[in-house]
Design a protein around this ligand. Structure first.
Ligand code: PMV
Length: 302
């Protein structure tokens, strides 16, 4: 079995696509698992069978289009691990990460599958190799991915990220007091990233300012200056709105979180739907924010 967890981007989504820095953390409470099992002998599958209830797949691998991310990944793994013929087994993929919602479900699914194959074929892969293979599939999901999702999920630790540079682990002294809440609107990353790219000239300055926030946020996080982290998060959200990455529903939910006492709240991931993150200072505050967001119809994960 292979598994991988979700991720949340604290700072710098979209800006990272253009080489600006960003900060991301793993979210171990939401996971994907990929498990090999023997096939039911009553059914006669031609080859590896993929069963993924959350994605709605129950199919032989060769019945998937050759461009399908899972098929493409498995073909890459065949080359990587020297597998000439796929096993007549079932690969079951289960996920608690909401799809197309900014929490890295695509990268986590790829990495869970990579780890399952690595285990099944007793072929250890380095973290960098796992990340690089997942990045190939991110190109299908995202178009022009920065690589932040595959890096943070492969490493499984908070990271300071800049495209093309080695990943910098962020040694946080405590776990972040964060609520993650789902707007309920699915939002394909590829479309949002593509649309913002089409208006890049208009957004260049804002993108650069977001990068500066990530730099300041790294220092604030390392000092555990949560007041400063909150200020920077709110500023990041203001800039994301200028980028057109937010939308009415996210803006409303963010206002609700702030009114319920959150010192900061922002969207996370590509935006125009998906999830938001909100900070809290104590348990009472957490309960208030969680209640207010739930009452507004958001699914609260943490
Ligand atoms: O997959 P998402 O929705 O978490 O988006 C990833 C973050 C972006 O910066 C919007 C895209 C990227 O490739 O970095």
């Amino acid at each position: 079995m292979g598994s991988a967890c979700a991720k949340a981007i604290l700072f710098g989504e979209h800006a990272v696509v253009y080489g600006e820095p960003g900060i991301a953390i793993p979210v171990p409470q939401l996971t994907v698992t990929a498990t090999f099992s023997e096939q039911d002998y009553m059914k006669s599958f031609r080859s590896l069978h993929i069963n993924s209830p959350e994605v709605g797949l129950d199919t032989d691998i060769y019945d998937l289009k050759s461009t399908h991310p899972i098929r493409h990944l498995i073909e890459l793994l065949q080359i990587e691990l020297g597998i000439s013929e796929l096993p007549h087994k079932t690969l079951t993929i289960r996920s608690s990460i909401p799809l197309e919602s900014g929490l890295g479900s695509g990268a986590a699914t790829s990495i869970a599958i990579i780890r399952a194959f690595s285990g099944e074929y007793d072929h250890p892969l380095s973290v960098d190799r796992v990340s690089a293979l997942a990045y190939e599939i991110e190109k299908i999901y995202h178009g022009t991915p920065s690589g932040i999702d595959n890096q943070v999920i492969a490493h499984g630790i908070p990271i300071f990220f800049r495209k093309g540079s080695p990943v910098e682990p962020l040694n946080l002294t405590q776990s972040l007091p964060l609520i993650i809440a789902n707007s309920g609107i699915k939002s394909p990353t590829r479309e949002v990233v593509g649309d913002i790219r089409d208006h890049f000239d208009q957004h260049e300055q804002v993108i650069h300012e977001i990068g500066s926030l990530s730099l300041a946020a790294r220092d604030a996080l390392l000092r555990w200056d949560m007041e400063q982290v909150a200020t920077l998060m709110n500023e990041n959200q203001r800039l994301l709105r200028l980028l057109t990455a937010s939308n009415e529903r996210l803006n409303d939910l963010i206002d609700i979180a702030l009114k319920a006492g959150a010192p900061a709240a922002k969207l996370t991931g590509a935006g125009r739907g998906g999830n938001l993150i909100a900070l809290y200072r104590n348990e009472l505050e957490r309960m208030h924010i969680q209640k207010a967001l739930s009452e507004a119809g958001a699914q609260v994960y943490l």
